[in-house]
Design a protein around this ligand. Structure first.
Ligand SMILES: *Cc1c(COP(=O)(O)O)cnc(C)c1O
Length: 360
């Protein structure tokens, strides 16, 4: 039989999480963000599961948007980084994509191109992230130029928060103040909220939400949050114990011999490693679930294997199921042990791991 590594993707959980996002802002619509292969969960499968209720999908670029169209999905697709070349514009117009416009360079392309139909655009306002977008003071003039373009249909204002995952952080208030009443004054809809703002900043909701990581059941917050606590894990990453050995006191385990046994240890070897996307920098002590019980990773993660402490789990042995994260162990808890965030763990899962879909 084959290697037992798998990622179970719970599509029902993703639908529930999308509903939870929308329930935070009744009356608002929500772009389901499915960029980067739906944060590793499979963009087409996730989008199909959400097809009945999602108002729109959000992706990084036209290639990701076309993948959804080729799979038969008909919803609007927001291109969160916009377009890079003018030759994308006819495709955008034809396929019903909604590009972000974040630079004058893009605006000029819209002014010069001829299109079969005008396209809706999401004008990006830089309220403090300083990555993409126009200064708030420049926005009225840009809106005037867009309104003068025959190639442009509806305009929406969008901005993105730097610190919305830190509820006490003054930066979000600064960004909200800079955005101010810009949208109202220009008579435009607005979209400000990523997952953290959906859950923690009701004043940022406006007409369109943009939940990403919360759809996948991962919290962006370090602290408990009453909404995030209701999220359901959408991915269970698991494998099996393929070998067990008794390691005497004084011996070490794995590359670099970084974990030395201060007493005899029962060590289980798991078929899972950084070649699957499990982070190599997971520290000794990172939680894992073996046969339903919590224990810890010990020693360094190898490409195809990692080692766990079975000393206090006598019932566990070869063939025992191992959950690396999922329904019994939050991916955000694992992320903290790896000095990273759940986004990277989910997104960096490699194609070697088969995704198995269920509707739970
Ligand atoms: C990725 C992304 C989101 C979703 O962010 P989450 O923190 O995953 O909810 C929202 N808006 C923009 C512009 C993005 O790039």
């Amino acid at each position: 039989m084959s290697r037992k590594v798998r990622a179970d993707i719970h599509l029902g959980a993703i639908v529930q999480n999308y509903r939870l996002a929308r329930a935070q802002a009744p009356g608002a619509r929500a772009v389901a963000v499915v960029k980067a292969n739906a944060y590793g969960h499979g963009a087409v499968q996730v989008a199909r599961a959400l097809a009945v209720e999602a108002d729109a999908f959000g992706v990084a670029c036209i290639e990701e948007a076309l993948e959804l169209r080729e799979a038969g999905l008909t919803q609007p697709v927001v291109l969160l980084e916009g377009f890079f070349d003018a030759d994308e514009l006819p495709v955008i117009a034809q396929e019903g994509f909604w590009p972000a416009v974040h630079s004058e360079h893009q605006l000029e392309m819209l002014e010069q191109v001829e299109l079969p139909a005008p396209i809706p655009v999401w004008l990006k306002v830089d309220t403090g992230m300083h990555r993409l977008g126009f200064e708030p003071e420049a926005v009225p003039a840009m809106v005037a130029r867009l309104r003068a373009c025959e190639t442009v249909a509806d305009i929406l204002l969008m901005t993105h928060f730097a610190c919305s995952d830190e509820p006490g952080h003054g930066m979000t208030e600064v960004q909200l103040a800079r955005f101010g009443r810009l949208a109202d004054e220009l008579g435009l809809d607005a979209s400000l909220s990523n997952s953290a703002a959906v859950m923690a900043w009701p004043e940022a909701h406006h007409q369109w939400l943009r939940p990403g990581v919360m759809l996948y059941g991962a919290t962006p917050f370090e602290e408990p949050n009453p909404v995030a606590d209701q999220l359901q894990a959408a991915m269970t990453l698991s494998s099996e114990i393929i070998a067990v050995r008794e390691v005497p006191a004084g011996e070490a385990v794995g590359y670099g011999a970084t974990f030395s046994c201060d007493r005899p240890h029962r060590i289980g070897t798991v078929a899972m490693g950084y070649g699957d996307g499990y982070p190599r920098h997971a520290r000794t002590g990172t939680p894992v679930i073996v046969a339903g019980q919590r224990t810890r990773l010990v020693g360094r993660v190898s490409m195809d294997m990692l080692t766990v402490d079975l000393t206090d789990l006598p019932q566990a042995g070869v063939g025992s199921r191992v959950e690396l994260w999922g329904r019994q162990l939050a991916v955000s808890e694992v992320a903290r042990w790896c000095d990273t965030i759940p986004y990277t763990l989910l997104t960096c899962l490699t194609p070697r791991v088969p995704r198995c879909y269920d509707y739970d």
